[in-house]
Each structure stands twice: as C-alpha cells, then as structure tokens.
Design a protein around this ligand. Structure first.
Ligand SMILES: C[S@@+](CC[C@H](N)C(=O)[O-])C[C@H]1O[C@@H](n2cnc3c(N)ncnc32)[C@H](O)[C@@H]1O
Length: 328
C-alpha cells in the first residue's frame, strides 16, 4: 500500500503559482530576450514592452525557480532555459507550454463540468489555433524521435511491410519504422494542414521515396491500401467510443489478409486509477475536448472483436493493443 500524503505534499498538489509564472514568462518570450545575454530589468522591460516594477517580481520568482540567475542588477538565462525556452533554439519546447497556457481558461471551468457533466469547450484549441497545433506537433516529434525506434523494434516486423500511420502527425512513427525496417514503406494519413509539417520532417529524414502522404479525414475519407500494418498512435482519445469503434471497423477493410492493427494510446487500467499520469490526462481530455475520452485496453479489444478481427490482444500494458485480421 502507498504511504499517506504529508500535509506539505497536499499543499504542494494544490499549488500552481509557479506554473503560471513560468507560462507567463514563455508568453512574454522573456527567455528569448535574454538569449545568452545579461540584462537589467529595465532593459528587458523595454524590449518586452512591459512595466518594469511588476516584471521585476516575475524575474525574481524565475530566479528562485532556477530558470534565471541574477548577478547585481543583471538577469541571465540558466543553461536549461537557454536550451529549451529560447525561441530559435532547435530544442525549444515553449510551444507545448503555450498550449497549456491556451487551455488555462478551460481548466477554470472544471468544477462546472463536473457538476453538470457538460463539456465547456466546443472545439479543441488545435482547431481554433492551427498554427499552435502544428508547432506542438513539431515539439512532440522531436521528443518522440527518441522512443520511436524502440517501439518499432518491439513489434518485430519482417519483409516488405506496407504500413499506414493513421493520424500520423509529423510522421514520427513512420520515420522510425522506416529507419528500423529497411524494406518497409509507409503512408502517413492526416489532415491536409498537418501534412505540411510532415512533408518537411520526412524530407529532413531523407525518406520521401519510402513515405507517401495521404491527406484526408480518417473518419469520412477512403484510407487506400491494402496495408499489412495500420498504426493508430495517440489519435483515439480525441474521439467518442462509438466513432473509434467505427474507425476500427473501417480499418479492417483496408488491411490485407493476415494484416495487423496496432493501437498505441494512453489507456487507463481496469480500475481507472492508473497509470497516475493517465488519470490526470483523462481529466485534461474532459476539460479540453468536446467529446474525447481516455479508454481502457479492454475497450480497444472490444472495438476489434466487434469489427471482426480474428484476435485482439494487449501487447503492452495500458499502452499497446494489437488486432490480427484473419488470413481469409
Ligand atoms: C496527438 S497527434 C498524434 C500524432 C502521431 N500519431 C503520434 O503518435 O505522434 C493526433 C493526430 O491526429 C490527426 N487527426 C485528428 N483528427 C483527424 C482526422 N479526423 N483525420 C485525420 N487526421 C486526424 C491530427 O492532425 C494529429 O496529427
């Protein structure tokens, strides 16, 4: 059994001041204003068009949070802030923090949502701000590049596999699979706006001869094929149970005999109380999407079984489910 929380830990769970201080620093883009330089509050305020005395309070808090340093009257970025919070750095992750900030107001409506069961948003922020959506996908692509090849290897594919990466985003998985399996060719299916980024990442990876792009809406458009492997990675939690069931059924028709559907997602365990990150993610999806939800691997197995897959199994706990199509 896990130990009881201390009072200090309960306070810490309810504490968000530092979160908003960081997010505001990113919104002001003050880390870019400091990029490798030492500047006074007056200088920074001039560059940002901010009110110096109040900006100073924010800067001092960021020093205490170890994102900035202060020597005399001059502030500078920590090494981590220079790497991850300066806009032109290749490892900038600010877009992801800006997404959290864009969702701030929605979180304020959580109580009302819980009381009424009514969602407070009618569109995901990616629809209201597509540029932010593309920027976030680019950050997720950079982060996902580290884990993609290991995931591909764990599936042990062989031969000239034709793979469909449905809602493939920046092409992170398609690229990783091509790198791990030299005979594999892939199609990334996604919304036309997203594929502009995908085209770029695939070119950068030197894989444009092996990865095709297929623009469309996966719920309503033809998916092409047949494919030996269809991957759905992190797409189903934006949709309802019924829409997912219909999509899984649709995919079966685009698989070759003996082909497989791999669903990789943030599934909840049977009790719904773990993994810990996913339980909070489920609330995030409730607050920030019109109809999304976090599902259990049992749900995915049910979608596959109802669709007519010959078998459906959980390959990795709360993470990966595989459906096999019959050979005839
Ligand atoms: C969270 S991202 C996942 C990206 C990628 N599969 C991965 O694991 O990194 C969800 C992707 O689904 C795409 N998407 C959402 N709804 C879609 C739809 N109806 N048709 C096609 N793509 C869609 C989005 O554009 C986005 O690229």
């Amino acid at each position: 059994m896990s130990r009881e929380l201390s009072l200090a830990e309960i306070f810490q769970l309810g504490y968000y001041w530092e979160t908003k201080i960081l997010l505001t620093g990113v919104r002001l883009d003050l880390f870019s204003a400091l990029d490798g330089k030492r500047r006074t509050a007056q200088d920074i305020a001039g560059r940002l068009g901010a009110h110096e005395p109040t900006l100073t309070l924010l800067l001092n808090a960021l020093v205490a949070m170890r994102l900035l340093s202060k020597e005399g009257e001059a502030y500078s970025n920590s090494a981590a802030a220079d790497t991850h919070l300066v806009k032109h750095s290749p490892q900038y992750i600010g877009h992801l923090l800006l997404l959290h900030d864009a969702e701030w107001e929605n979180w304020g409506k959580l109580e009302q949502t819980i009381r009424t069961g009514q969602r407070a948003v009618d569109r995901h922020v990616f629809e209201t701000d597509p540029e932010l959506g593309t920027n976030v996908l680019a950050v997720l692509h950079r982060i996902g590049q580290q884990s993609g090849p290991d995931f591909a290897r764990r599936l042990s594919l062989t031969g000239p596999v034709r793979m469909l990466d449905l809602g493939g985003g920046a092409g992170t998985n398609a690229i990783a699979f091509c790198q791990v399996y030299p005979e594999l060719t892939a199609t990334v299916f996604d919304l036309p706006a997203t594929l502009r980024l995908t085209e770029k990442t695939i070119k950068e990876a030197g894989l444009d001869s092996r990865i095709a792009l297929h623009p469309g809406n996966f719920n309503t458009d033809n998916l092409g094929g047949p494919y030996d492997v269809v991957l759905m990675s992190d797409i189903l939690h934006y949709q309802t149970y019924e829409t997912n069931a219909a999509l899984v059924k649709k995919v079966l028709a685009h698989l070759a005999p003996g082909g497989r559907l791999i669903i990789k997602d943030r599934f909840l365990d049977e009790a719904g109380t773990g993994p810990a990150w996913t339980t909070a993610f489920a609330v995030h999806i409730l607050v920030n999407t019109q109809q999304g939800g976090c599902y259990k691997t049992g749900d995915a197995i049910q979608w596959m079984t109802a669709a007519g897959f010959a078998s459906a199994t959980e390959l990795e706990k709360t993470a990966v489910v595989q459906g096999l199509k019959g050979t005839r």
